[in-house]
Design a protein around this ligand. Sequence first.
Ligand code: TPP
Length: 623
Amino acid sequence: MEQLVDEVRERHIDVVSRIGGHFGASLGVAELTVALHVAFETPRDRLVWDTGHQAYIHKILTGRNDRLPTIRQHGGLAPFLTREESVYDTFGAGHAATSISAALGMAAGRDLLGHDEKVVAIIGDGSMGCGLAYEALNNAGHTDRDLIVVLNDNEMSIAPNVGAMNKYLTAMISNPAYNRLRAEVKGLLQKAPKSLGEVVGSVAGKMEVGVKHLFVPGMIFQELGFRYVGPVDGHDLGLLLDTLGRVREMKGPVLVHVLTRKGKGFRPAEDNPWRWHAASPFDKISGVGTTKAGGLPRYQKVFGKGVTELARQDPRIAVITAGMPDGTSSEIFEESFPDRHFDVGIAEGHGTTFAAGLATQGIRPVVAIYSTFLQRAYDSIIHDVALQDLSVVFCMDRAGVAGEDGPTHHGTFDIGYMLTIPGMTVTAPRNGSEMLALLRLGISLDQGPFSIRWPRASVPEEVPAVSEIPEVVYGTWEVLTEGSDVAILAVGSMVEPALEAARVLRREGVSATVVNCRFMKPYDREALSDVLERHDAVLTVEEGSVVNGFGAFLAREILDDPALPFPARFGTLGIPDHFISHGPRNVLLREIDLDAPGIAGRVRTLLGRGVLDSGVRISRETA
Ligand SMILES: Cc1ncc(C[n+]2csc(CCOP(=O)(O)OP(=O)(O)O)c2C)c(N)n1
């Protein structure tokens, strides 16, 4: 089994070094994964991995070793765990902290059916900081159901872990002062006379509770109703097997605290687990990246630099991230303004309500959270921010198709969910400069929440310093090309492909107006009225769910406004009403017609023109 552990580690390093992917977390749980599959009778016993980014070795061990080199690739193995892929994947995930709730549900289902399989949730210390995990612990602890939670404690989230639970766990195992205190108290108690007087006795009784916290590690879990086992060295395979074997036979809720090192077995990742959470292809001896960086920067970097520049002029600006200082590039801001940067942990709802609290004090919070993760904060956005008309700026990265991370990570729904909120300004920039202009505008306004979305992509052109970027007037659209046959109303990332589609169509004799609808709400009514007066055909294009998206919103606005003529032909193009799988962003976008040829094709359909009518030989290549 030791040899197996070495081999799976080697295999993981070899594959990820060639194709990239989530890296350090799986290395850290190599022994744990082998031990779990040995100690439990999988798939009859249910392993519920939290999030799923640490499950590459689980995939290797459960019949997917051959296909591991296809992971995250289009048509290949899923980036996280999905129930369709294997019977060993008992619960799909991608978002953090669902495992204990799901496992408790499975345990309850098992009990209802009178079965006896074991249910084991495996959750990282970063994810244990989520509210959802506490809700589940709180619920499970009072039920007495047989449920095992394995806490994989590597002191890391993606970035170094934050929060009180993290401090508690760290103090419990590593703090020398704490250990010394433990030893000293123990010594004192041993020396104390056995019989104490009554007064002393009651004081001692109180002391005892405090002292117990020193002697029983994991007291917090005990008090939540779990039996605490640990801490266990997660790289000692024998110990793990022994412990899990015993735990398997225990009754009621049990929490096993396992200590691991993220990146274990690959030196650069052990030394810098943050940077090696996920990796691009690299040389497996030196760890040096093998793909060339360069080209235009990603939106996230432009945001990180831009918000830092703005904060130099405006001391009210604070930035909030939910455990993603690197993914959102808020770390750039943190370097200059550590006191004004708040990493709240993987806690999107809390982060949003916290921002609302900041806003009541006159601070101007900029909440940087991926579109998909902000779904967790929907109630907080409505109840704590919008309803109280607080000026919070929401910056949503990875809005639209997120690529290799797949359906759990695509930012599909934010346009719809933001548009429905009264008082919310909903925007999407066409490029990096416009993103910063919108950010500056959003921060300057004192009129409730303001949202900006951008894709997981590089900006389409160089971005100057914020001070050199012209202002964007609130609520305005921008007409980019004038035509007469059709108007393409494009949102954010779809503006450039819409322009390209217009060029293709022009060659076919179709003249298209392209409008940059950077404000979805409030929209530019004057520009819209003008567009409707001059066009019989209108197509909206957005990289977001077509169901209740911008197109649907606009159609209703037009229908409800007697002064606006509804066009003879009206089409909406967006992410269709099914979940989009994983793969390169451009490939996925092509499949759902959210690229220039796709948009041109939709326009042809709208105008009732077949490709043959165009008289031009059209192919994706010529387009
Ligand atoms: C709701 C949500 N927010 C953010 C993320 C991004 N994310 C993926 S893994 C991860 C860190 C998880 O840390 P931990 O649970 O300790 O696992 P480790 O990688 O350390 O094994 C984060 C923040 C996510 N998957 N879900």
